[in-house]
Write a new protein. Structure first.
Length: 387
């Protein structure tokens, strides 16, 4: 049986503009569910359907042979279009799968284990479809035609204790599973014998309102033991690479050698703000270019390391000199010679267009490319965490 994941994301969002690619705990929102689906061995292929070029570009930065970005018609990407319409469009266009897992991008707390467990339960039960739920111990009320409140799921006269009551199962919107055959026949994501797959209670939160963002970001930051806000608050030293970070990695050569590099004024202001906040700043590059020193002088940055082949050793010396620890270091780099520093820093970061191995080590992936304000974005995140 071939199982695929289908993740519909559209460019328009009224409550949180651009939310599908807005950074959440160090990466674009949509990346969380895409990576969960790719990490599930029971899913053979992951499709992200979007009407937005920006979303498509962001998703393609996850380089995986099992990931495909496809389009969706304008009719299925409006404010009023149902998710079913997009899912049916997909099933009618692609016929090379037996089962589909519909995943909502607004459920970033979803994990590969959740998906694997749901698919395994469905197989064991022999049911047609499944949906993710959370168990809530809430007493539900409704207002009747007479304007008075009426209890829906309990009797107030015999109010049950929490430990004596199983509670209610409520959809959290994370995922739905059905066969292609059942979907086309019923025109609905759920049909026939259906299972409810329980997820952790905190996954009930969906990113529909700005306040939800803070809650989910906090949960994600602590899920694997890494707290982005705490790491940012502890930063006392910020070190940045040059080519591909402070610049766009372009090198302009004339007949006598290198003559120009392009830097972003936004990054310059970001470094100035970091220094004003009492954060030590250093520039470290494998290239030995006088242009770097000239830029550093313009920015008032005294610690410049050119021709840095062993960045870890240089950083160790700098930390000793300043009386700091690796736990107080934020490092931003983009390529192979930054991997050692990224693996040791408490807050490792990279530009949006960094090499895949650097992105895998980074805890904060910027939404901006190298040379286009990525360092400013990192600084703003650090200062925001400090309040």
């Amino acid at each position: 049986m071939t199982t695929v994941a289908y993740i519909p994301v559209r460019g328009g969002s009224k409550s949180i503009p651009g939310k599908n690619i807005r950074p959440l705990a160090g990466k674009p929102l949509v990346h969380w569910v895409v990576e969960a689906a790719l990490g599930c061995d029971a899913i053979d292929r992951v499709y992200v359907a979007t009407d937005s070029d920006a979303i498509a570009e962001a998703v393609r930065r996850i380089e995986d042979p099992h990931l495909s970005v496809i389009g969706r018609s304008p009719e299925t990407a409006t404010d009023t279009a149902s998710t079913e319409s997009a899912l049916l469009e997909f099933a009618e266009t692609f016929d090379d799968f037996d089962r589909v897992v519909l995943i909502q991008a607004t459920s970033p707390l979803l994990t590969a284990a959740d998906l694997a467990g749901g698919l395994a339960e469905l197989d064991a039960a022999g049911a047609t479809s499944a949906l993710s739920v959370v168990r809530q111990h809430r007493f539900l009320w409704a207002r009747g035609a007479d304007g008075l409140a009426h209890a829906k799921n309990y009797d107030p006269v015999t109010r049950p204790r929490r430990q004596d009551w199983d509670g209610e199962l409520i959809e959290n919107g994370a995922f739905y599973i059905t066969s292609r055959e059942a979907l086309l026949a019923s025109r609905c994501r759920l049909s026939g014998p259906t299972l409810a797959i329980e997820m952790a209670p905190e996954t009930f939160v969906e990113l529909d309102e700005p306040a939800d963002w803070l809650v989910v970001e906090s949960l994600l930051g602590r899920r694997d033991g890494f707290d982005l806000a705490a790491a940012a608050r502890d930063v006392k030293l910020l070190v940045t690479d040059v080519d591909g970070v402070l610049t766009d990695a372009g090198m302009y050569y004339g007949p006598d050698g290198e003559v120009m590099k392009k830097f972003s004024t936004r990054d310059g202001l970001g470094l100035a703000r970091a220094r004003a906040a009492g954060i030590e700043v250093a520039i470290m590059t494998g290239e030995d270019s006088e242009i770097v020193s000239a830029r550093a002088r313009k920015l008032g940055v005294d610690r410049v390391y050119r021709g840095a082949k062993d960045k870890v050793a240089l950083l160790e010396g700098l930390l000793v000199e300043l009386g700091l620890e690796w736990s107080q270091l934020a490092y931003i780099g983009d390529d192979h010679n930054d991997l050692g520093a990224l693996s040791r820093a408490r807050l490792p970061a990279c530009p949006r267009d960094a090499e895949p191995e650097a992105r895998r080590l980074a805890r904060f992936v910027c939404t901006r490319d190298g040379g286009r304000g990525c360092v400013r974005e990192l600084v703003d995140t650090i200062l925001a965490a400090r309040g």
